[in-house]
Write a protein of this length. Structure first.
Length: 300
């Protein structure tokens, strides 16, 4: 009985040791691409609907910055454009008198031509009628040209004003706080009714659906890894067990560095290591800064 009990104790002890000893080739911590979203215009934050830990969609409007002054400036510029364009000449109205004279001159020209055919007018009278028609046509052309130049000049005067309106429209658009990157809000830097300044951070966001493990391998392991390689990532749970994830090596550093103090590789004799990044699909358990071990399962 004693021998049997002793055997059971040894088996349980070895099983426990085997459970704790996990085979791994490197260690590291999880990180993610963090994006700091800043204000694009200056003004009072009227609305900012987000909290730390909130998941945002790409293109989601989460607030806006006060735009009253921008709207008033835009109205002022639009009024200036209207005033300038109001000075444009009405070309048809201003040449109407000349055109009426031309009609009469052309009518006289036709009458004189008919009289000349009936020997009731002289060639000189027809020449005078033709000259009058030609003069009036040139006067109309000159008047229209002058009026067109004036109108074009006034239109050009409005171009800088129109450009300013486009700038205001862009600022009005940027006054809307739109989340461009889908992800989880990590830090909130501003609150409603605070003053926003262009370039001032509003919040930090990152996409945690896929997280990156930055691990370190030795020079002797370097030949056994390549980008695109499938690996196993082991994360210790609260009960001491390990949770395993599938990962893919996406980057291998081309430069050696000294082992970070917080990281211990399998080969403790190596002073220089190479950083690698492993992309891991996150089920919600993985967090930034969490430690994990790397097992190079499918070695080429």
């Amino acid at each position: 009985m004693k021998k049997s009990s002793f055997t059971v104790v040894i088996v349980l002890f070895l099983a426990a040791c085997g459970h704790k000893e996990q085979a791994y080739d490197a260690s590291g911590t999880f990180e993610a691409v963090e994006t700091i979203v800043s204000a694009e215009t200056t003004g009072l934050i009227k609305q900012l609907d987000l909290e730390e830990g909130q998941v945002l969609k790409a293109g989601e409007t989460i607030g806006y910055i006060d735009t009253v002054q921008l709207h008033l400036k835009k109205k002022q510029l639009e009024a200036q454009i209207t005033a300038v364009l109001g000075k444009k000449p009405d070309v048809p109205a201003q040449v109407a008198a000349y055109r009426e004279q031309l009609k009469q001159a052309q009518k006289e020209q036709r009458r004189t031509t008919n009289l000349l055919k009936a020997d009731a007018a002289t060639p000189k009278q027809l020449d005078d009628a033709n000259a009058q028609v030609a003069i009036l046509k040139k006067q109309i052309a000159a008047q229209e040209s002058a009026l067109d130049i004036t109108a074009a000049g006034l239109t050009k005067e409005t171009l800088p004003l129109s450009a300013q309106i486009e700038q205001l429209n862009d600022q009005l658009l940027k006054s809307r706080i739109i989340n461009e990157t889908a992800g989880t809000v990590l830090v909130k830097y501003a609150e409603p009714n605070e003053m926003a300044v262009a370039g001032k951070p509003l919040y930090k966001i990152t996409d945690l659906s896929t997280i990156v493990l930055r691990a370190y391998i030795t020079g002797s392991q370097l030949s056994g890894v390549k980008t695109g390689q499938k690996v196993k990532v082991l994360v210790e749970e609260a009960d001491g067990k390990y949770k395993t994830y599938d990962g893919t090596i996406t980057w291998i550093s081309g430069k050696a560095e000294f082992t970070p103090k917080t990281i211990q590789t399998k080969d403790e004799r190596a002073n220089l290591v190479y950083a690698v990044k492993i992309s891991v699909k996150n089920d919600g358990f993985l967090k930034i800064g969490m430690y994990a071990d790397l097992a190079l399962t499918n070695k080429p």
